[in-house]
Design a protein around this ligand. Structure first.
Ligand code: SF4
Length: 373
């Protein structure tokens, strides 16, 4: 049975019921456990776990410092395209949204790379909308040689691909791929994804397996918090992450915590809004459950939130992000995928990190050291 098949066999309502029935006693047992299980994770993110946030945060901080030292890595997103052949009701790039569509050519990519390198970044996340014909493997083969030699770590957030394509991306110098399930609730997933290949819930769910089989160094998972009950979606994400990590042990798992944000075209309201305090609870619970996982926080969150949460459990964060193609060399907010909250410069973010007693890591991966091919 693949990990995706195991996930498909899980029952949303059963897990939700289990999660919301956790007691204070079970939370205390989870906090005391030297090796918390997934059941413990459910207790830690449950309503019963909310009064124990301080104890949980202290435990998470201790584990983070033990595993990762006093460091946090910085990366920056580079949007290659805003073309998309999907209709997702919560996203500014959705197919029916009348925005100017663009795809960076080689010269535009070179301009963006130069602007990003001048900011000091050595780790980049390449983002496209999901458009198989216009921004698919042919485009990636053309554009990646102009990008990967300039960075020590290259991640991608693009449409789900087949295993052979992931192998090809790896050979082109890609180290990591992130594909978020958005929500693990099949019916609600259908409610938000109205047209395009993204409607295929199972193919998307199987993506981390294909990445593992391709030997991708890092595999990114996540749910868009607010699309469905955030606790149950997080229970699924955590289980999925644990299974992927255990099955494809030569890869590393990364988890992100995007909350629904406004976008051009309006976007949608969260059906299950997660408060700042609950998001801290969730992030710290992940650290306790998955001590070695990379936990990543984007500029969707405010400076205040990021400055306070990063020292507890975050290992990777973006800074000075532009969420539109060409945004670093030719800023134009009209094309943005979603609005960012932390609009500080790289210098301001690094100063805040240093003031919290952490060291900024620009490069934690040497090309040629390990198994790129
Ligand atoms: S979420 Fe992704 S697939 Fe959906 S519209 Fe936005 S860019 Fe396209």
């Amino acid at each position: 049975m693949t990990v995706a098949q195991h996930m498909l066999a899980q029952n949303w309502d059963d897990i939700r019921l289990k999660l919301y029935s956790k007691t204070s006693q079970q939370v205390r047992a989870a906090l005391a456990s030297p090796r918390p299980t997934w059941e413990d994770f459910l207790a830690l993110i449950s309503p019963a776990g909310e009064p124990y946030l301080e104890t949980l945060a202290l435990k998470a901080k201790k584990i983070t410092r033990q595993r990762f030292g006093n460091t946090v890595s910085l990366f920056v997103p580079l949007y290659l395209s805003n073309l998309c052949a999907n209709e997702c009701t919560y996203c500014g790039f959705t197919m029916s949204n009348r925005i100017k569509r663009t795809k960076l050519d080689k010269q535009a990519v070179a301009n963006e790379v130069a602007a990003i390198k001048a900011m000091g970044f050595d780790s980049v996340l390449l983002v496209t909308g999901e458009h198989e014909t216009k921004a698919g493997m042919a485009y990636f083969r053309e554009i990646l040689p102009a990008i990967t030699p300039h960075f020590s770590f290259v991640a991608m957030e693009v449409q789900p691909l087949d295993t052979c394509d992931y192998r090809a991306l790896k050979q082109l110098g890609v180290n990591s791929v992130l594909v978020y399930q958005e929500t693990y609730h099949p019916q609600r997933y259908g409610h938000y994804h109205l047209r395009g290949n993204k409607q295929d819930f199972s193919y998307r769910l199987d993506t981390p397996d294909r990445l593992g089989k391709a030997g991708m160094k890092k595999i990114g998972l996540g749910a868009l918090l607010g699309l469905s009950d955030w606790r149950t979606d997080s229970a699924f994400t955590a289980l999925h992450s644990e299974r992927i990590q255990n099955t494809y042990w030569q890869s590393r798992v990364s988890v992100s915590f995007p909350r629904i944000r406004p976008c051009s075209g309006g976007g949608i309201d969260a059906v299950s809004a997660i408060t700042d305090k609950q998001l801290v609870q969730l992030i710290c619970a992940y650290r306790v459950f998955l001590p070695d996982a990379e936990l990543s926080l984007s500029t969707r969150e405010s400076p205040w939130f990021r400055d306070n949460v990063v020292p507890l459990a975050i290992t990777t964060m973006s800074a000075a992000s532009q969420t539109q193609p060409g945004g670093y060399s030719e800023p134009s907010a009209a094309l943005a995928q979603f609005s960012t909250e932390d609009t500080r410069s790289v210098t301001e973010v690094t100063q805040a990190i240093t003031q919290s007693g952490l060291e900024v890591v620009w490069r934690d991966w040497l090309p040629g050291f390990g198994c790129e091919v």
